[in-house]
Design a binder for this molecule. Structure first.
Ligand SMILES: *[C@@H]1O[C@H](CO)[C@@H](O)[C@H](O)[C@H]1NC(C)=O
Ligand SMILES: *[C@@H]1O[C@H](CO)[C@@H](O)[C@H](O)[C@H]1NC(C)=O
Ligand SMILES: *[C@@H]1O[C@H](CO)[C@@H](O)[C@H](O)[C@H]1NC(C)=O
Ligand SMILES: *[C@@H]1O[C@H](CO)[C@@H](O)[C@H](O)[C@H]1NC(C)=O
Ligand SMILES: *[C@@H]1O[C@H](CO)[C@@H](O)[C@H](O)[C@H]1NC(C)=O
Ligand SMILES: *[C@@H]1O[C@H](CO)[C@@H](O)[C@H](O)[C@H]1NC(C)=O
Length: 530
């Protein structure tokens, strides 16, 4: 007990004594102020007084740095400085051997040394909880300290009278509206009840980015097969993204990044790229579309098979031959293809086929077709090649093309047809047989006259030789015409005869009359007396 009492601080001892000693009488110690709040490291003056009839012994018991600045009868003023912690300085007095004490409650306040909002996730998925953590270092007295977590100016949580620890947290459900929002943390040391101010400290705000990436895969539209040397567009779409403008899209063919253009519209995006199929890409290539938003991504894979399939090569040993020449026809396609050569005897399927033929005039203009098929990734492709054969033959004049007997009506319009067959096309001329050899136009309308009837020799000529053929032209005429001519002629003759008879008769009558007149005149001359 003795050792523990020895360790008691002096003011406590006095207090103990004051309590033990009854009836302190009029002896009283007082302190001013009795309660005080002060910023850490600050200084203040303390007045200790004693109510004593005589001269009391006054003192201030404190571990703080103190300095007596004034004194007088029964009072002393001390200056306390560099006050770092809460304490209770004790004024004591000894008045006529009566001890008494009075204590001052000294509270130190300080603003937080650090107010910091812990970093937010780089990207926060919408619909998931976000924990905001605020770290506050220092800041006393905690009874007066509140910590607020804010979104913009909106208070999300408010905790007051908090003791250590130094971390304050709150949880919010992240929404689309939180994208771009600024979160911060604020401390308020409210000393207004202590006649001091309200001290606020805020953390640096942190901006949140929220996102929605749907669980569905992007929709990738691409050709399944592509021919070397061609190019095609591919596109990749995804709906339900937020914010679509922040999404990144990569279209990659095998390991080659394609130049991509991205358009976004509200919550969807459309990425387009062009694939150029190069020879070195032949084979099955993987096309991937990756949409990345926040820290997540969605990917779709498609196979694109790039193939090369040139049209089959169809060759004729000679494309221009004379009749009776043997021609070989050959068709070749790339390995793996199956060719079908029209006209070739059936054989095992393979990438080539051939046959020979003895060219006839019917083969002139014949078109040989070679069709090759190739299967690429389950699709059967076909390519055709054609070649035309020209056979030199003729000339030929046949009844069907140059009829040998024509019968035409005189005066009608007719056309003589006489075509010669042959390659190259022969020239045809028809001349009257024997005599002067006047020609009859072919394929041209003529007026049929009686004189053109006769036998003609038609001659077809090309550099391959000449042939001739006789063509008879008969002209018929109508016998009614003769009858008409005879009737007309007869009418004319008859008319003339009647006219002649009339004129003769009339002349005769005139002469008779004149004779009569003359006779009458003579008779009168005779009857007249001289
Ligand atoms: C708190 O605010 C005060 C002024 O209000 C300022 O002097 C002090 O530096 C701030 N403390 C921190 C940690 O920002
Ligand atoms: C958040 O802060 C940034 C930069 O300080 C500012 O550009 C942005 O507009 C703020 N966001 C909101 C929603 O106020
Ligand atoms: C792509 O081809 C590979 C084999 O080359 C195959 O395993 C895979 O299933 C194919 N993928 C698609 C999407 O067809
Ligand atoms: C081709 O056909 C013609 C007539 O049919 C014949 O005279 C000729 O000998 C043939 N040539 C060959 C090589 O068979
Ligand atoms: C190729 O020829 C085949 C058989 O005659 C025909 O069915 C097909 O349409 C042709 N293809 C092309 C691309 O000309
Ligand atoms: C020509 O045709 C006429 C009638 O159309 C016929 O009377 C004549 O006998 C034929 N002549 C020849 C050479 O065929």
């Amino acid at each position: 007990m003795a050792s523990s009492a020895a360790r008691l601080p002096l003011p406590a001892l006095f207090a103990l004594l004051g309590a033990l000693l009854p009836g302190t009488g009029s002896a009283q110690t007082s302190v001013e102020p009795t309660e005080h709040i002060i910023p850490r490291g600050g200084s203040m003056q303390v007045t200790c007084r004693a109510s004593c009839n005589g001269n009391a012994v006054l003192g201030l018991e404190t571990p703080l740095t103190k300095k007596e600045v004034d004194s007088g009868p029964n009072y002393k003023i001390y200056e306390l400085s560099d006050i770092q912690e809460d304490s209770t300085p004790l004024c004591f007095s000894n008045c006529n051997n009566i001890q008494s004490t009075a204590s001052l409650t000294l509270t130190v306040y300080s603003l937080p040394k650090r107010v910091e909002l812990a970093p937010l996730p780089h990207w926060q998925p919408v619909g998931e909880n976000l924990t905001l953590r605020c770290q506050v270092e220092g800041g006393v007295p905690r009874t007066y300290l509140s910590v607020l977590l804010l979104r913009g100016e909106e208070v999300l949580s408010w905790q007051s009278g908090v003791k250590e620890p130094t971390e304050f947290t709150t949880t919010v459900l992240a929404g689309r509206g939180d994208h771009g929002a600024n979160f911060s943390c604020r401390t308020e040391l409210d000393l207004r009840p202590k006649n001091q101010g309200l001290f606020q400290n805020s953390s640096v705000p942190r901006q949140l980015r929220t996102f929605v990436l749907p669980m569905t895969r992007p929709h990738l539209v691409s050709p399944r097969i592509m021919e070397v040397g061609t190019q095609q567009h591919v596109n990749c779409t995804l709906d339900g993204l937020f914010p679509a403008s922040e999404a990144q899209v990569h279209l990659v063919l095998e390991d080659r990044r394609l130049e991509t253009t991205v358009e976004n519209n509200k919550d969807s995006l459309l990425a387009t790229a062009c694939i150029k199929a190069n020879t070195e890409d032949e084979g099955t290539q993987q096309l991937t579309c990756t949409v990345t938003l926040g820290n997540q991504s969605q990917r779709t894979l498609e196979n694109v098979t790039i193939y090369s399939f040139p049209a089959p090569i169809l060759t004729l040993s000679s494309p221009n031959v004379s009749e009776g020449t043997v021609v070989s026809v050959e068709c070749k396609a790339r390995a793996g293809a199956v060719v079908t050569l029209q006209g070739a005897p059936a054989g095992p399927p393979g990438p080539s086929a051939q046959f020979q033929l003895n060219a006839t005039s019917d083969d002139n203009g014949r078109i040989f077709l070679c069709s090759a098929t190739l299967e690429v990734a389950g699709t059967v492709l076909r390519k055709n090649t054609t070649q035309e054969l020209h056979v030199l033959y003729g000339p030929r004049l046949e009844e069907s093309d140059c009829p040998g007997n024509w019968t035409w009506q005189e005066g009608s319009q007719e056309t003589l047809k006489c075509e010669a067959r042959g390659n190259p096309p022969p020239k045809v001329v028809c001349r009257r047989k024997g005599g002067n050899g006047s020609s009859l136009p072919i394929r041209k309308q003529i007026l049929v006259k009686r004189q053109i009837s006769g036998t003609y020799v038609c001659q077809a000529t090309s550099f391959r030789g000449e042939v001739t053929r006789e063509v008879v032209v008969n002209v018929t005429y109508n016998s009614n015409q003769v009858v008409i001519i005879i009737v007309v002629a007869a009418a004319v003759i008859l008319g003339t005869m009647f006219a002649a008879a009339y004129l003769y008769n009339r002349q005769r009558k005139i002469r008779e009359y004149k004779l009569q007149k003359a006779r009458e005149a003579n008779a009168m001359k005779l009857n007249t007396p001289p």
